[in-house]
Each structure stands twice: as structure tokens, then as C-alpha cells.
Design a protein around this ligand. Sequence first.
Ligand code: 6R9
Length: 654
Amino acid sequence: MSSENTADKTYAPSAEFVANAHIDSAKYKEMYAASVNDPEAFWSEQMTRLTWSKTPTKIKNTTFKHPDVSIKWFEDGELNVSENCIDRHLETRGDQVAIIWESDDPSLDKKITYRELHENVSKLANVMKGMGVGKGDRVVLYLPMIPEAAYAMLACARIGAIHSIVFAGFSPEALAARVEGCEASLVITADEAPRGGRNTPLKTNVDAALDHGDLGNTPVLVVERTGGDVPMKDGRDHSYAALMAEASADCPAEQMNAEDPLFILYTSGSTGQPKGVQHCTGGYLLYAAMTHELVFDYHDGDVYWCTADVGWVTGHSYIVYGPLANGATTLMFEGVPTYPDAGRFWAVCEKHKVNQFYTAPTAIRALMARGEEFVTKYDLSDLKVLGTVGEPINPEAWNWYNDIVGKGRCPIVDTWWQTETGGHLLTPLPGATPTKPGSATTPFFGVQPVILEPTTGEEITTTEAEGVLCMKDSWPGQMRTIFGDHDRFVSTYFSDYKGYYFTGDGCRRDADGYYWITGRVDDVINVSGHRMGTAEVESALVAHAKVSEAAVVGFPHDIKGQGIYCYVTLMDGEEYTDDLKTELRNWVRQEIGPIASPDYIQWAPGLPKTRSGKIMRRILRKIAEDDFGALGDTSTLADPSVVDDLIDNRMTKD
Ligand code: 6R9
């Protein structure tokens, strides 16, 4: 890269920031070298961040060798996650606020101290035990962003149950698949979820989900969030308020092995059904806690806010587990960035004196489009660090975040990671790493990224490189398996490039050794920071009686990053009408949820296929991008004229 390139401009933290930071650049270099040269020594020192009831003696036992992939960290250690996130803080910070809850309604908020958190989590753990939930059982949480969501996660951890959170924006169909997939013993939900001034009927969605298959008798615990009148099924549905009122606040924590599962979280892949990513107890918590402290440069007494939803991994690691393990004050926001107006984020930052703020590029782009007056009218002088996650951030949005929100004084941490990685892998440390807009910069401690040549799988060892991003060795926060399907785990992540963990992302490394994510190289698209398999949208479309075939690709979208572009072929004899497009759009929303709503449907009486019947998505992507000149080789197509028809249709904006 030439240094004149403006995207390569670097931004160093101020001397004042560096002086107060946990890690400066010399310390980063020294610790990074130690972490890769002697991981055992490095992580046995770091593991003292947690309180163990049995101190591990075996630190690392991992292999990426296909097909015997096995990942174990601290394997003979014992601990409990809820004790680490709550009990051990009681003596010194029992009256400190653990969770600030800001509701959808700007006039309503709540502060929960560590002592209150302990009481609520212990009671809920007893309620769950009373409902027959025990160690190793799965519990599905389908909840709004309310403190009870954190209580439920920690109550599961307290008794050794495994939670599986389903984002409250998912449809009953998607919820049913996840309840079924993990054979849940209990579903915890709320009556309704207020967001942006409107209520989503969560309990009604749960009722519809449990109508599927054999799920009808799964017990349901219903948190009274709005007090709305919802039908309760006798014997199956239980009131949270009623059971909590009777529950004891004394619940000893189950001591778990470090490798025992903590949670499952379903995420999209390039093929088939979503995968249940399984994370463990010890390594995951240590990694979440350490990255939370060092990446956000969190100091005692700071107020930290991550705007994600607990339905995504970011909410798991960086609203609940990381911050609470560190005894932090973490803010939980129920609403949306634009309600009651586009100044809401900044109003909340001012109101609660937020010090670290962490959000997604899509939110930044959406707010940027609304004008800076919404930002500048608030006092944001408490902000110290700004973070982004979920997708590449374009330099324009980065600059706006830096100049308008951070007033040029807050380092921006562009954190690259995945549901699978448990925590940040590529990220600046704000007191150590000069940043470049759009780059996730350099690896966190213990992380060994490599760039491979995509077809040969050879490691490119020159500093400047471009190819697919893989990891050479394990880190403690890495997922351990796919729930119930270890073979799929091995084949998804360790078989394309043997000996490496394959991230699914393309990446470039510049002359300074900085990493730039170029986007997914598989059939996964990233819509507003939400990860989605094109195969999932396709299977929703073909489930409609009038659809015979569908091919879905991403296309560049100003606000969402990528939009959803669907090519649809109808059954013989069906009529291609605008009404049917609307119907299909609604159908996908109902099958998956509003986040999967197609942005564009193009009728495709034929799809470009190879002679072996494989759809050539490369061509469909180009057409969706209006890039008709660069279709590449179409000679292997069974019927090349299909492409001309699609282009004609596209040009007439069919
Ligand atoms: C945490 C999370 C993972 C995928 C990942 C990549 C994209 C995430 C990014 C980023 C560029 C960043 N991604 N962070 N791309 N820069 N800072 O988002 O997990 O939902 O599993 O998505 O998101 O493509 O592979 P998840």
C-alpha cells in the first residue's frame, strides 16, 4: 500500500490516553510475543483473572489436525460462571451498579446493584430447579433486552444448565427449529417486547412455535414486561413474578469443569440449517473478561455500553459475561437508535455518563444520514473509547464516528470476531495501536492469523498478502463444537484448509502488517451486521407453494452494508405479478423474521447453471450489482442465454 492512500492514514492515541491505558505499544509487543512463544505460561498467568474452585494444572490441549480436531483449555479446572460474574464481587462492590437498564421509553430506567443481581439470579436459579431444570439441560431464552435476560443467562450458568438465546426478532418458525434443535427443557420469554414504541407479541410467538411437532408440552416461564394480557396455558405456562415471589435467594453455585458447555448460540453458515455454536465455561469466560478489559481499556468505575442485543454473540460476551466478570457497570438498552428520534444513543450516553460505547457500522451509517445536530446537542465529554463490530466499517462512517461522536479524542476499536471465536481476535488496543479507518488492525494476545492462498491453501508469508483468513492455533474463547454434531464442526472449519481454523472471511494484510477484512468468501451475507446464510433465505422462498427455485445473493447497500437480492423462478403456470412479490417478501419475514426481508426480488424464469446443475452465484452477484461487464467466463453454463434474459430484466428493473 502506498502511504499516500488516505485510507491508510493512521490515528494514534493521545499521550494522555496512553498514560492512563492498561496497555501501551511496548507492552502490547512484549505480551504478544510472550503469548505466542509460550502460550502455557502466558495463559496460566492470565487465568488468575478468574476465581477457580479448582485451579487448573493443564493449560492448553488443542489440535487443529484434521480429522482429530480437539480443543481443551484449563481442562482439569473447576469454576462457576455466575460466581465469577457476581458472588466474588459482593464483598468489595455489592452496592455498585452492575446493570443500568434503559428502557425503550426514555423516561424509564433502572439500576441493579451486584447485590440485587445476586438475589435475582439466585432466586431464578431456584425457580428453574423447581421446574426440573438441572445441569446439562438446555434452556431457550426468547426475551427483550431487559435485566431478566441477564438474570436468566446467569441463573442457567449457576445451575450448570446450557442457555440458547433466540433473538426476539426471529419468527415462531425459526424459534421452533431452535427449541427442537437443542431439545430444550424450558423456554423463558416475556409477555411482550417494546421496541421503538411498538410491542412485539413474544408470548404469542412462543405459543405458535410450540404448536410445531412435539413441542407442545415444553414448560414456559413468562416475564411480565408490559403486563399485557396474554393467554397462559394451564400447567405449561408459569408467571415469572409469581414464582420469583416465593423463591429462596439462596442457591449454591454448581461447580463446573472448565470444558463444560456454557451456552449454545445458533448462527448461519453457508449451507444447511443454522449451526448450534457451543461455547464452554472456563476458556470462554476468561477470554471475554480479558478482551473486555483491554480492548475497551475498561477501568473501575467506568460506565460501559454495548448496544447489541443479547440474542447475538456480542451481547453474550460484551454486555453480560465479559463486563460482569470484570465487576463493571454495563448498560443494557431495550430500544432502537432512532426512537423517539435519531439522537437516542447520544441522549443515553449523556444521561448515564457513558465512558465506552460499542455499536455496529450499520447504526453509525443510519445515524450519519440523519445529520450531526442529533449528536452535537448532547454532552458526550465522558466518552473515552468507541468501538465497532459486525461488518467492515467504511472510512466515511469511521471518520464521522471519530470526528462527530468522538470529537477526535476517542480511539476507535474496530473489533473483528465471530460467534465462533467467542471474543475479539483482530482489534486495536486503544492505548497501543494506531488505527487506520476500515482496518481491524492487529491480533489480540495469543491469536495467530494467517492468510492463505485460496486455491492452494498455501500460507502467504510476505507481509503484504491477500487471501482467506485462517488461524494457526487455538485461543481460549474458541468454540468447542457444534452442538450434537462434532463432524460438522470439523468439516465446516477445519477441512478446507487442513491444520487451520477457517474463518470464512477474505482478508488483506498491508505493509504495516495490518489486517483488512474484505468480506465473506462463502455464501454468507451480512445484513446490518446480522449474519445470514443465503441458503436459509432460499429454503424459505422455495417452501412457498408457487416457487420452484430461488437463488439469493448479497448486494451493496448504503445503510445495511449488504442487502438481500433474490432471484425467483415460479412453478410452471404461475403468474409473475407484483402482488406475488409482496406476498413472497411477507412469507420470508414470517418464515425467518423481519431481518431476512428481501430488499429486491427479481423474477428469473431461468437461473444460470453449470451443466452439472450448480447455480453460478458469481454471475448473479454481478447482475445484482449492475456490473454487467465483468461476468467472467460463462462458457460452462448449460444455457448462456439465461444470463442475457436476466440482464434484460434487470435493466428494465423488472
Ligand atoms: C461478532 C460478530 C461474524 C462475521 C465475520 C465477518 C463479519 C464481524 C467485523 C466483521 C469486518 C469487523 N465481521 N466483525 N467484518 N470488520 N470488525 O459479528 O459475529 O455474527 O458471527 O459475524 O461478521 O464477516 O466473519 P457474527
